[in-house]
Design a protein around this ligand. Structure first.
Ligand code: NAD
Length: 251
């Protein structure tokens, strides 16, 4: 493990335009469970597909109920060691962008500016009308559900209001996908952190980076589907690995 950390620190030192790509694993030490690990959300609930969400008020109510269960945890979470190291790398000019699959807003809270964060699966700290895009706060959605006993509709256009996250079966956001592609093609080092690299199309980005000759590092607690492609695979707890790397970079 020590050799891997040394190698990782050297790769970061020699990089000029690193891109960080994060999955749920960066936030588990902040108390937010991932979906796939034992005890994770998926082991208890099957995900609600976007088409099912659109099809019935009952399903939407269930989706909101589940979301508020998660959000009560997410809204109290603070950035972990991994988020802090990434923010420092950004401010030192090493990292150009953070592409994240997470919806927990913790990269922004850790100090990475919004323009450097690309949220592939949206942001769970607010809601949006699916028809006109108007923004709604979650407290409004919660109060509306409680008072009207039905899922919320847009005040302006009566469209369906949903958390600003991307559900299974929902189209990926065009702008974010384009921004992520551009950042990936510009990267000389691509760090995939805390992701099973099983959720596509997000998991295509490490492949894209590698085929564009960036060096690829994968850090995860368990093997991923793309380990064979990587220049360096570090298997371990992300917070530990990044904290140890930070000690090498900033002794
Ligand atoms: P994922 O596919 O990104 O997998 C998470 C990976 O992280 C797993 O392989 C797990 O072994 C690893 N991991 C967990 N804790 C770790 C740690 N401390 N150190 C190192 N590795 C660790 O994500 P998923 O859980 O399958 O979720 C799928 C999608 O659901 C995500 O892409 C995201 O959009 C969403 N999600 C977001 C959050 C969040 O915002 N924090 C949490 C859960 C799920």
């Amino acid at each position: 493990m020590d050799d891997d950390i040394d190698e990782l620190a050297r790769m970061i030192q020699s990089a000029k335009r690193a891109v960080v790509f994060t999955g749920a694993g960066i936030s588990t030490e902040c108390g937010i469970p991932d979906f796939r690990s034992p005890g994770g959300f998926w082991t208890r609930y099957k995900p609600i597909e976007f088409s099912a969400y659109l099809a019935s008020e009952e399903t939407r109510l269930e989706a909101w109920r589940r979301y508020f269960m998660i959000y009560d945890t997410v809204s109290h979470a603070v950035p972990g060691r991994g988020h802090k190291v990434i923010a420092k790398l950004y401010h030192e000019g090493k990292v150009s962008h953070v592409i994240t699959q997470n919806i927990d807003d913790l990269h922004r809270v850790s100090g990475v500016p919004e323009e450097a964060i690309i949220e592939l699966h949206g942001n769970g700290s607010y809601a949006k009308c699916l028809s006109c895009g108007e923004r709604y706060e979650l407290a409004w959605a919660r109060a509306t559900i409680e008072s009207e006993k039905r899922p919320p509709y847009c005040v302006s256009c009566a469209g369906i209001v949903k958390t600003a996250t991307i559900s299974f079966g929902q189209a990926m956001p065009d702008q974010e996908m384009a921004d992520a592609r551009a950042a990936t093609f510009n990267a000389d080092l691509f760090l995939a952190l805390g992701s099973s690299l099983q959720v596509f199309p997000a998991a295509n980005f490490p492949v894209m980076a590698k085929s564009n000759r960036a060096r690829l590092v994968i850090i995860n607690r368990e093997p991923t589907g793309l380990d064979a492609l990587a220049d360096l695979v570090v298997q371990g707890e992300l917070g530990d690995v990044l904290a140890a790397t930070a000690e090498r970079l900033w002794p």
